[in-house]
Design a protein. Structure first.
Ligand SMILES: Cc1ncc(COP(=O)(O)O)c(C=O)c1O
Length: 418
């Protein structure tokens, strides 16, 4: 790796400068975006390896190119380990990222124009769950369920009513901004009643499922579970589709040749490593600590007067209503926190009256900070700094002081691989 870096420094100093700049940013600031993490040094090693040179269209044993002895082996390892981690009958590890992963499921199991029952986007659903601006939103008919106003619980009588009225072919759960676990048995009962497939997009919290601290949709008879590999799972940027045996051929055909060409074999090697790590006791400890950390964060923020969407958390994230808590929209809050080296992201909240680029809240997540070894004490310090910064938006001197404290804390928690 050292030799590769030296070469880059000499041959392209401009790109090298962006790399070292990003390394310093990651080293000196706290990453609290819930969908981000620091991957394993072993994954960084295979991402920059000769697997990137290889074309492997097709699947192990049935490729369109020669020279597949090692790519076949590594893809089989990734698939087998993924099945073991999520107790699934089949795994496809080729989706190039989370968006094509979800598209492949819709296009593989449904006819164009079919109805999908999914979570309202302002209540936590993801862009790929049929946002009107997305191509999927034009190709399929998305109908929305919402979460309750106070505790954020999903009202399954209302979901059933919607299902009876709209007869979806797919009932979709999973989210990008919702701080609670899901009742998969209740989703399955609704889907069974109307003869729909069940799909969970667990991209955000799959690491907590793998680590045994959140429920696993595959244990509840779900047809399909999708997950990105780069969020709480700590892997490379890719996607995985887990499904029942009977759907395997349709899913595989939908990914390739339906949607994609050559898989990124360097990423698939990284997924194999990530799934191997997810099976270890250390990963279970990591997942448990992520949860302890969000709970400590939530406790410290609420006792300091902040308002959290649903009042707390059961997973790796919190959604803070910054408008109600501090009279600041999410964009201003994100910018103020950026100034002190605490990275969060602006976020719409349920039925947000404000637009997505000036929403009423921010998302806060602990997977990356936990990877660095931060624990409850650091979460409480971070919450205290956030309350101070957001409580006094006019105080630039305070932000300068807090930035120094954040950097000092960060230097005692090295980023893996740096
Ligand atoms: C729930 C969910 N699904 C899918 C995706 C899409 O993943 P990608 O950005 O890799 O396309 C995301 C990304 O944030 C997500 O949160």
């Amino acid at each position: 790796m050292r030799a590769h870096r030296d070469l880059l420094e000499k041959s392209d100093p401009d790109v090298f400068a962006t790399l070292t700049g990003e390394e310093n940013r990651q080293r000196l600031g706290v990453e609290l975006i819930p969908s981000e993490n620091y991957t394993y040094p072993e994954v960084l090693a295979v991402l920059g390896s000769v697997f990137t040179n290889k074309y492997s269209e097709g699947y192990p044993g049935r490729r369109y190119y020669g020279g597949q002895e090692f790519t076949d082996r590594v893809e089989i390892l990734a698939r087998e380990r993924a099945c073991q981690v999520f107790r699934s009958e089949h795994a496809n590890v080729q989706p190039l990222s989370g968006s094509p992963m979800n598209q492949a499921v819709y296009l593989g199991l449904l006819e164009l124009g079919d109805t999908i029952l999914a979570m309202d986007l302002s209540h936590g659903g993801h862009l790929t769950h049929g946002a009107p601006v997305s191509h999927m939103g034009r190709l399929f008919n998305f109908v929305r369920y919402k979460t309750g106003a106070t505790d954020g619980a999903i009202d399954f009588d209302a979901v059933r009513e919607l299902a009876r009225e709209h007869k979806p072919k797919l009932v979709l759960c999973g989210y990008t901004s919702y701080p609670r676990d899901l009742d998969y048995a209740a989703f399955k009962a609704v889907a069974d009643e109307v003869g729909a497939y069940t799909m969970c997009d667990a991209s955000h919290y799959a690491g907590l499922v793998a680590g045994g601290v959140m429920k696993n949709p595959m244990d509840h008879g779900f047809d399909v579970m999708t997950t990105t590999s780069h969020k709480s799972l700590r892997g490379p940027r890719g996607g995985m589709i887990l499904c029942r045996k009977e759907l395997a051929a349709r899913i595989d055909k939908s990914v390739f040749p339906g949607l994609q060409g050559g898989p990124h074999m360097n990423v698939i090697a990284g997924i194999a490593i990530t799934m191997g790590k997810a099976l270890t006791p250390e990963f279970r400890d990591y997942a448990a600590q992520v949860l302890l950390n969000t709970q400590a964060f939530a406790g410290a923020l609420t006792s300091g007067g902040a308002q959290l969407v649903t009042g707390g958390t059961d997973n790796h994230m919190l959604v803070m209503n910054t408008q109600a808590s501090f009279g600041l929209d999410g964009r201003v809050a994100e910018e103020l926190l950026d100034e002190v080296g605490i990275t969060t992201n602006k976020q719409i909240i349920p039925d947000d009256p404000n637009p997505p680029l000036r929403p009423s809240g921010i998302r806060i997540g602990t997977p990356a900070a936990t990877t660095r070894g931060m624990k409850e004490r650091e979460m409480e310090r971070l919450a205290g700094w956030m309350l101070a910064v957001l409580g006094k938006p006019e105080d630039a001197a305070l932000r300068a002081d807090i930035r120094r404290e954040v950097e000092a804390m960060c230097l005692t928690f090295p980023v893996p691989g740096l």
